[in-house]
Every structure is written in structure tokens, then in C-alpha cells.
Design a protein around this ligand. Structure first.
Ligand code: COA
Length: 216
């Protein structure tokens, strides 16, 4: 059996039956359930959204994802939010003109001022009813106050095993991202061009003659 952490139980009791109060009487931030800010955006893919190949622009989908991430994050935070980073944008299947795209967003994780919004994108062929899952991505947003400074967001109340799984997975992604950044930054500062030129011999690139002379 999974138990929410003690402070959330305590704080939830102070919420009262009426709903999702921002602050309890002691001015402590009350946890908000995932369901409070769950948001779905549905949009018809019109010809103006198509690329030269007749499929929908990846950028159009990214813009819609940013929009739904903002709506979901701002609702949870009760504040203006900005997009900080995006993880896992892999379009598995193209989206066609005439399809109905739905973007389902929910808060997966909250830090102190940041929130991770998980977004599942599906596209439905309205004639056949066939639905395809095009991608699932994760937007990290940060809440800002009126002066533009990052501001604390309410904790997240986890009500289902899926809520818990998503929170734990977001923690793992955050940890992996930190490890990746550390390794990449170290690798970059150590990257001496002349010493690493041999790595390019099996790649599909060629140095200009002038550059080859300069680096040799
Ligand atoms: C994101 C931003 C607010 C961070 O500012 P900062 O002074 O570094 O603030 P902090 O170090 O306190 O970080 C704030 C939070 O952002 C998180 N964060 C910062 N950079 C991050 C990144 N690259 N990926 C994920 N989270 C990040 C921090 O972990 C912290 O989270 P927490 O409070 O939950 O622990 C600032 O860089 C910014 O305003 N960027 C521009 C965002 C924007 O305008 N987006 C629109 C696109 S045009």
C-alpha cells in the first residue's frame, strides 16, 4: 500500500470539503491533486499547418504542446509560468491534414518552483476513428511572480498509482539529465580538436583543406 508523505495528509485535512484552497489557515501551501490541473487541448489539423510533404509541421505540434503545458502548469501553480526545457520529443508517426489532434497534459512532478508536465499526443482520423499515439513528451516549466522571480508552487497530491509512477519516473529523468549534463560539460571542456580528429574518419564529413592544415 502506498501512503502519501505525512505533511500532505496533514495539509489535506485542512483543505475542507469545499475544494482546493490555496493556503491553509497557517499560511502553509496545500497540495493540489493532479486532477485539478489536468488539461486536454483538441485541435483540427487544417491545411495551413502542413509542410511541403503534406504532413503536419513538427513545429505546429510543438507550439500546441507548449500551449497545453502552460495551461496545465499555470493552473497548478496559480501563477504565470515559463517553459525551461523539453524532454522526449520523438514523433513516432506523421500527423495528416484533417486529423483531430488531442494533447493531454498533467502535472507529473513538482520541485520548489518547477513543474514537469507530461503530455500525451494522439491523432484521430475522424472518418475511420483510428487513433494513433504520436508522442509523449515532458515540459519543465517554472512559475514566476510579478517581479519575474521563480516562485514556489504547491506540492502535488498523488491520488492514483499512475500519479506515483509518473512522479517517480520524472525524478529518474531529472537525475539522468543532471548526470548527462555533468558528463557532457566535462567532455566538452576536454574536447581538444587536434587530438580527436581521428574520430571523424568513420563519419560522413570532410575537413576543408585550409582547416585540415590549420589543425595538423
Ligand atoms: C528558468 C529560469 C527561471 C531559471 O532561473 P534561475 O535564476 O536559474 O532560477 P533557479 O536556479 O532558482 O531555478 C528555478 C527552477 O528551474 C529549474 N531549472 C533551471 N534550469 C533548468 C533546466 N535547464 N531544466 C530543468 N529545470 C531547470 C531549477 O531546477 C529550479 O527548480 P526547483 O525550484 O523546482 O528546484 C530562467 O533561466 C529563465 O527565466 N529562463 C527563460 C525561460 C523562458 O523565458 N522561457 C520561454 C522561452 S522563450
Amino acid at each position: 500500500m502506498l501512503y502519501p508523505i505525512g505533511c500532505l495528509v496533514h495539509k489535506q485535512k485542512k483543505q475542507g470539503a469545499a475544494g482546493f484552497t490555496h493556503f491553509c489557515s497557517m499560511n502553509t501551501v496545500v497540495a493540489r491533486p493532479v486532477s485539478y490541473s489536468r488539461t486536454t487541448l483538441t485541435e483540427l489539423m487544417i491545411p495551413a499547418y502542413a509542410n511541403f510533404g503534406g504532413k503536419i509541421h513538427g513545429g505546429t505540434l510543438l507550439s500546441l504542446m507548449d500551449k497545453v503545458a502552460y495551461a496545465c502548469a499555470a493552473k497548478h501553480a496559480g501563477e504565470y509560468c515559463v517553459t525551461v526545457s523539453v524532454d522526449g520529443v520523438n514523433f513516432r508517426q506523421p500527423v495528416d491534414v484533417g486529423e483531430l489532434v488531442s494533447l493531454m497534459a498533467s502535472v507529473n512532478y513538482v520541485g520548489r518552483t518547477s513543474l514537469v508536465i507530461g503530455i500525451k499526443v494522439i491523432a484521430e482520423n475522424v472518418k475511420t476513428g483510428v487513433v494513433k499515439h504520436t508522442n509523449t513528451s515532458y515540459f519543465t516549466m517554472v512559475a514566476k511572480d510579478e517581479t519575474g522571480k521563480p516562485t514556489e508552487v504547491p506540492p502535488l497530491l498523488l491520488e492514483t498509482p499512475d500519479d506515483v509512477r509518473r512522479f517517480l519516473e520524472a525524478m529518474k529523468r531529472k537525475e539522468l539529465r543532471a548526470t548527462y549534463s555533468e558528463h557532457f560539460d566535462n567532455a566538452r571542456t576536454r574536447m581538444l580538436l587536434a587530438e580527436n580528429l581521428s574520430q571523424l574518419t568513420t563519419e560522413r564529413c570532410t575537413l576543408s583543406e585550409a582547416l585540415a592544415n590549420e589543425l595538423s
